[in-house]
Design a protein around this ligand. Structure first.
Ligand code: HEM
Ligand SMILES: [Cu+2]
Length: 553
């Protein structure tokens, strides 16, 4: 298999220096460049969502609403939710890391439909900018869930515009899903059978199936809300002859699986990083692979657990409760197998591995509290409280963002050819972990005590817990800003990475860092199982530490 390595000092051609005009970026069909476009965009939207989050926590520092009116508050938390979910959490890992890595990991030259891939970024940007425009034009106050009849008949905010934005972003994600499915089916390198695929690929495959089956449902549902608003057709509003509960069924039929669109790719990252930094095969590879598929299937059967208090029959509630417990099983399988992978491994606590450890702790807390919510009796008490807010932040922020940051650090040398500075990266990981727990753990207590979600006013006795949460948010903010600076810094000053700085298995490590435009000089041929770390003892020694000491060129 061809390994093209630049000699020190020599500047090799690669996807980054293949053209530096704005045009060459904006019209690129190279999946790696499109990944970079997404990286920049999702980071910007994350910053917007993060600023809104800080506004929320600032308001909640005091019991009385003295920073903004309740109307403004509604708009701030709605926009926070819309931006974070549709513009950051859903695209982050698939569109950035998935786009970059799927072709590399399977030994392909690009995705199956490169121009569809570029179109998908444009559609995403159009949706994102429309949503941002709606925000500066008065905002939207329905909550990210858009429940009618409020959203369809009564709200005077920018519901229609925001929905058009979300609709477009949905199509962007469908394009990406189709592209991944076809690519994984059709473009694997010779010898790369299904059970030799990295688990990252299995995770993206399962995610893509969810995207393609689920996203059209929510896209059409949201469009129906807009249609009801604009044309006064009775679809969801009972006053017009519609059914508001129908909306909830359709919305959660997508939106529960959507949480797996966020978490499955993160789980894919975790498998890669754990295997590499434990220097072992993933324990129970087949179980981990199939658990992704199982999550994709069962994840479609549990939407009713968001509707226990909506007025569905007790019988339906019991069935949804039972199925919700079932969907926890494949996630637990993964956690057990990752633990078994680390067991007796030679663990190296690099920054990506620290994020993985953080992921495991937070994901387990998030998952276990899901069981409280999946039990009919406890959910009646906890529904629509801060307990739910804490639960889904543990899963989505703890799970998805930790997975994303683990992956971003792990593949940063591949994407840029430079090492990130290890010491400060570890520090950032610790700050983010501490800030995260300080922010969200008190919210479990608040929810248990009865604090409803989406209120900007609360009785004085809860102030202490809210102050802790706001302090945590400030710390978390600092933690997130750090990587933006040191990763940018590393672009010029980081140590040269070489093709495989971690001594990892996987085809993406067999080509240059950064890779050439067509990924591989020759199509690689795969002859071994994934994660054959026992065949890769030697650790290609690379620059460690801050990177500055060994920086060259
Ligand atoms: C992969 C993991 C998971 C993710 C990403 C996730 C995410 C979420 C999100 C985003 C919400 C809030 C939706 C909203 O109202 O805005 C939520 C609520 C809920 N989750 Fe999870 N969750 C996960 C795991 C679980 C598990 C394993 C269970 C049950 C076994 C569960 C049960 C629930 C229930 C019942 C609710 C609704 C609670 C209520 O509104 O009263 N979740 N989850
Ligand atoms: Cu759910």
């Amino acid at each position: 298999m061809s390994v093209a390595v630049a000699k020190p000092g020599e500047v090799k051609h690669n996807y980054l220096n293949a053209g530096d005009t704005v045009r060459s970026w904006l019209l690129t069909t190279d999946h790696k460049r499109i990944a970079v476009l997404y990286l920049v965009s999702v980071t910007l939207f994350f910053a917007v969502g993060g600023l809104l989050a800080l506004l929320i926590r600032l308001e909640l520092l005091t019991p009385q609403g003295d920073l903004m009116t309740s109307e403004t508050y509604n708009r701030v938390f709605t926009m926070h939710g819309v931006v974070m979910i549709f513009l950051f959490l859903i695209p982050a890992i698939p569109a950035v890391l998935g786009n970059f890595l799927v072709p590399l990991m399977i030994g392909a030259r690009d995705l199956a439909f490169p121009r569809l891939n570029l179109a998908s970024w444009y559609v995403y940007m159009a949706g994102g900018l429309i949503a941002t425009w709606a925000m500066v034009n008065g905002g939207v106050d329905t909550g990210w869930t858009f429940y009618p009849p409020y959203s369809s008949s009564y709200s005077t905010s920018q519901v229609t515009l925001t929905i058009v934005g979300a609709f477009l972003v949905g199509f962007s994600s469908i394009f990406t899903g189709i592209n991944f499915i076809v690519t994984i089916h059709k473009m694997r390198a010779p010898g790369l059978t299904w059970f030799r695929l990295p688990l990252f690929i299995w995770a993206h495959y399962a995610t893509s199936v969810i995207i393609v089956l689920g996203t059209p449902v929510v896209a059409i549902t949201l469009l129906l809300v807009a249609v009801e608003r604009v044309f006064r057709l009775g679809i969801f509003d009972p006053a017009l002859g519609g059914d508001p509960i129908l909306f909830q069924h359709l919305f959660w039929f997508y939106s529960h699986p959507a949480v797996y669109i966020m978490i499955l790719p993160a789980m894919g990252v975790i498998s890669e990083v754990i295997a590499c930094f434990s220097r072992k095969r993933v324990f129970g590879y087949h179980f981990v692979a199939f658990s992704s598929v199982a999550i994709a299937v069962v994840g479609f059967l549990v939407w009713g657990h968001h509707m226990f208090t909506t007025g569905q029959s007790v019988y339906a509630g019991m069935v949804f409760s039972l199925l919700s417990f079932l969907v926890a099983v494949p996630s637990a399988v993964k956690v057990f197998n990752w633990t078994a992978t680390m067991y007796k491994g030679t663990i190296e606590f690099r920054a990506p591995m620290l994020y993985v450890m953080g992921f495991l702790g937070l994901f387990v807390i998030g998952g276990l509290t899901g069981l409280f919510l999946a039990s009919l009796a406890t959910d009646i008490h906890l529904q629509d409280t801060y307990f739910v807010v804490a639960h889904f932040h543990y899963i989505m922020v703890g799970g998805t963002i930790f997975g994303y940051l683990a992956g971003l650090h792990f593949w940063w040398p591949k994407m840029t050819g430079r090492m990130y500075p290890e010491g400060i990266a570890k520090l950032a990981a610790l700050i983010i972990f501490a800030g995260f727990n300080l922010t969200f753990f008190p919210q479990f207590v608040l929810g248990y005590l009865g604090m409803p979600r989406r209120y900007h006013w609360y009785p004085e006795e809860w102030q202490m817990l809210h102050v802790m949460s706001s302090a945590g948010a400030a710390l978390l903010g600092i933690g997130y800003i750090l990587p933006i600076f040191y990763l940018l810094w590393s672009l010029r000053n980081g140590a040269i990475a070489g093709p495989n700085p971690w001594g990892a298995t996987g085809l993406e490590w067999k080509t240059d860092s950064p890779p050439i435009t067509h990924n591989f000089e020759e199509t690689p041929i795969v002859t071994e199982e994934p994660y054959a770390y026992e065949n890769h003892h030697q650790h290609e020694e690379v620059a460690s530490g801050t990177g500055a000491s060994t920086a060259e060129a």
